[in-house]
Design a protein around this ligand. Sequence first.
Ligand code: WQD
Length: 324
Amino acid sequence: MKIAVIGGAGYIGSHTVRELLDCGHEVAVFDNLSSGLTQNLFPEASFFKGDILNVASLHQFLSDFKPQGIVHLAAFKAAGESMIAPEKYSVNNITGSLNIINEAVACGVSYFVFSSSAAVYGTPEYMPIDENHPINPENYYGYTKFAIEGFLSWYDKLKGMKFAALRYFNAAGYDVQGRITGLEKNPANLIPLVMEAITGKRAELLVFGNDYNTPDGTGVRDYVHVNDLAIGHSMAFDQLQKTNESFIVNLGVQQGTSVLDVIKAAEKISGKKVPYRIVERRLGDTDSVIADPTKASKSMGWKAKYSDLDTLIKTTWHAYEANK
Ligand code: WQD
């Protein structure tokens, strides 16, 4: 299939492009390189530098390439920042997504795979979190993801464009074959921050609270390897083609890992100490967030292969070593 990956030079985007190419798809990348990197591009996929806020450039890209499918991962994703600068998230995540959706329809795209987030659920009311869990985003970022799912569902009804919304839990790791090593420019998530503390890029890691209701008191999350996420995107296209029905699925592994588990694994794998300090809880954080991925497994046959803690940390450590 011809697939356009919007945001294909970014962290999850580049892994998704690699996977789609490996599955034999013809891929073109559209990215403004605001957080994406040219280093993350592959010669087998054509590249168009453009911005999702520029409708003319989106139109030119899509009408030239004429894809049957789109993956959309061009979004800002810092939940904390979205509470301080919601305007930025409205413009890029909402207006930008509507531009893509409108141009996709105008250019006859059949299948749309959208990068959604577990942030749509907010504080868990029960666990593991399945797709029927109430939607109650606690940050504006999560709300933008939910709003876009809503637009896609209306465009399915009104225009017949079929979509898959993939609700990622905590994306982590780097390509298991070492083919992608472009580091995120301003990482805000735990595992890259642990790496920065090990390599001396930051003085220490701040551990946000050790008085949570979890086995060791630190926050527990469901880390899913970026190669597993990438595979989820190609399976989503297969599923859309097979059933011609839109769907929403969680991509997580139902495995809880605490902040201290991550630190210990990073110390074991790197052979170095992680300088860290326990500080106050971070606003908006919760004890545990764990996915129920049964639907993804039953509907598309998705099963995480690389999301064990060792592989998550090893592959991230390799990417950091490659950038020394
Ligand atoms: C993980 C754990 C922190 C940093 C975020 C978004 C969410 C989704 C995934 C995209 C928590 C602790 C972290 C640090 C720490 N994104 N931590 N010190 O908050 O679970 O989820 O990414 O869709 O929307 O909110 O991820 O990596 O920030 O935190 O102790 O310096 O690590 O408290 O327990 P989070 P995270």
